[in-house]
Write a protein that binds this ligand. Sequence first.
Ligand SMILES: *Cc1c(COP(=O)(O)O)cnc(C)c1O
Length: 394
Amino acid sequence: MSKATDVVHHGRDPRRQEGLVNTPVYRGSTVLFPTVAALEQATRNPNDGVFYGRFGTPTHFALQDAISRLEGAAGTVVAASGLQAITVAALALLRAGDHVLAADCVYDPTRRFCEGVLKRFGVETSYVRPDAGGDIAAEFRPNTRLVILESPGSLTFEFQDIPAVAQAARERGAWVMVDNTWATPLLCNPLALGADVVVHAATKYIAGHADAMLGTISCNARSFEPVRGMAQALGVYASPDDCFLALRGLRTLDVRLKRHEATGLALARWLARQPEVECVLHPAFAEFPGHALWRRDFRGACGLFAAVLKPVPKAALEAMLDGLRLFGMGYSWGGFESLAIPVPAAHLKSARRQWPHEGPLLRFHAGLEDPDELIAELDAGFARLRTASRSLPA
Ligand SMILES: *Cc1c(COP(=O)(O)O)cnc(C)c1O
């Protein structure tokens, strides 16, 4: 079946829920067993059914099942946030003395977890250029146990060659984890490209309405037991209400993404024509460095992209952004609403890659509003930027 059909049908079974179309929110801690024998059987095999609230309810299982089928995974664990999905998966696959290789564009809190927590437990992390491809082989150490990719980086949009990295890692016995949040399970499936673990901030497009925090960890057959075991050992638990919202978001994910993609492209093309814009970081542009990898490994684009402006006075940029009304300013993305933020310069500096641009980087999330009205608002924003630039020293 196509992904469009799958998102409508996976993760619900009306026959098991009184005929109701949607899997309801099951809230619960204690699960009752009718006999000592049933209690003992469940205690021996806590993952065979509903055992205790922390191990998951039918609401959790429905979402796990749906994401597993969409990602082609042996199993999926849900976590309380996207960041928790990343940290639990890493803890599951690492032990003291190991080394982690991370793409230099990974989500900043991922990097902080490596530096702040893994380091304390005797795991060292080094960073590799996102475009290293198969050359990553030279970066492996005898104790490299995990490679962390985020393709594309959600602030700087570098695509990584997942199959080439996975091949190099497999030859050296290392795991590969991919943060697939940008693509959602609809536009790319890293397990099929050779990864072992795929994480999503379901907070973003899967929930899709800026009203839930949730993460998912989808595993191949080898990684599922260690990941689920670590999640259970740490007491990882996601709210069933947020799982319900994610299941509900999933039903419209395909149509929403198509609109986010179309509007994102319209905005990107318009931005590329503005004299103040140095370049637009959108993978559908033929001149974009990640274009070929994106064409090969992805089935489309979401609505998140960025534009590099030519250098402008900060106050002029503020005049532009502070006056936006349809575009909100704030972190996260993937909801129904448009967003625009200046990417903090600290995120662009790092040891292994040279950020080649001087001007500010603006990240846009194309929401579900009327695209022409969004463009009109950006047009007025650039007019404010021009007026302010003229009256300010550079
Ligand atoms: C937002 C985000 C996360 C973290 O998700 P939360 O649910 O906010 O914890 C992880 N990775 C990427 C790429 C993200 O954009």
